[in-house]
Write a protein that binds this ligand. Structure first.
Ligand SMILES: Cc1cc2nc3c(=O)[nH]c(=O)nc-3n(C[C@H](O)[C@H](O)[C@H](O)COP(=O)(O)OP(=O)(O)OC[C@H]3O[C@@H](n4cnc5c(N)ncnc54)[C@H](O)[C@@H]3O)c2cc1C
Length: 287
């Protein structure tokens, strides 16, 4: 299958990329790893007049871990995240999730910025991004803007990002003491996409109760979401309450229903994988 005709440009600087995108008046698309955009173009689900290839722009493929948290350039690939000793130490669930994205070829080309900007309802990294309280930094014609993770995903393949904005960085706060993280995925055997994926970040208090819980769920609804019902149900509670809280994992969600899984089955998977992710995160917190 071939995509419709398009122009291809490769700017040398971020400023040039921002200018080209703004001048296109919504007709151009940013090309990063190409592993979501090119399949969509071949299926004619996307027909941009111009591709602006940012793949080789300098400064967007660095990982920085310091006292202020973790900063990951938009062009850092899934493979880089999965193998980074700094990420494995600072944000283990992110490395874990990146290591189960697609296959090796996908992981070598696909980028964190592309995965979040694309907002695939079954993408792995949006769920982890939500559970780790990530933020998106984007550049547009009027300068830099920061989007909170909890507000970023709007609907299927839709985010708050303006059509003239380019994601430049993804930022995460440093994990608190006694915090454990985990990502648990039930994948489609052919595509490797998540039928359900759940990321959990838990911080335990002195007596082992939950001080803070963040749950990110993917594959279940139109967009990745925080399972706030589960988070609230566990506040101040202990490990014995995990199973009951996990029952709320799909509450209020209009679950996807397709040839791969019924809505009922997806809701069931959300509950089971939320329980597993919480149990694993508690173990990883050293409880
Ligand atoms: C066979 C196959 C299996 C896959 N399996 C999985 C899987 O199991 N789990 C999973 O999560 N993903 C999976 N993917 C998707 C993969 O992770 C993609 O790499 C990722 O979703 C998009 O990243 P990209 O860099 O390739 O983005 P691209 O394809 O280049 O772009 C995707 C979209 O994001 C926009 N975009 C990209 N970068 C930016 C930026 N910096 N600023 C603004 N907009 C931007 C583009 O304009 C486009 O609309 C799979 C893909 C394939 C082909």
């Amino acid at each position: 299958m071939y995509p419709a005709q398009f122009e291809y440009v490769r700017p040398e600087t971020l400023d040039e990329a921002v200018r080209l995108l703004a001048e296109s008046g919504g007709e151009a698309k940013i090309l990063a790893g190409g592993h979501s955009l090119l399949p969509m173009m071949k299926l004619r689900l996307a027909q941009p007049a111009t591709l602006i290839d940012i793949g080789r722009l300098p400064g967007l493929n660095e990982i920085r871990v310091d006292g202020s948290g973790v900063t990951i350039g938009a062009l850092v690939t899934h493979a880089q995240i999965a193998s980074s000793p700094e990420i494995k130490r600072a944000l283990p669930a992110l490395a874990q999730a990146a290591s189960v994205v697609g296959d090796l070829q996908v992981r070598n080309r696909g980028t964190l910025g592309g995965s979040l900007a694309h907002a695939d309802p079954a993408g792995d990294l949006p769920a982890v991004f939500l559970s780790l309280d990530g933020e998106i930094v984007a550049r547009g014609p009027s300068g830099e803007k920061t989007y909170k993770g909890s507000e970023f995903f709007v609907d299927i393949l839709t985010t708050q990002l303006g059509e003239d904005e380019i994601v430049t960085q993804i930022r995460f706060p440093t994990l608190l003491a006694k915090t454990g993280t985990s990502y648990q995925k039930f994948e489609h055997p052919a595509s490797h996409y998540a039928l359900t994926g759940v990321a959990a970040t838990v911080t335990l208090g002195a007596n082992g109760t939950f001080e803070r819980v963040r749950i990110g769920v993917t594959g279940v609804g139109a967009k990745a979401y925080r399972a706030e019902g589960v988070e609230q149900a566990l506040q101040g509670k202990g490990q014995a309450d995990i199973a009951a809280a996990a029952e709320k994992a799909a509450d209020g969600i209009d679950c996807n229903d397709d040839i791969h899984a019924s809505a009922e089955y997806r809701a069931h998977l959300a509950r089971v994988f939320t329980r597993r992710a919480l149990e694993a995160a508690v173990r990883n917190a050293g409880a």
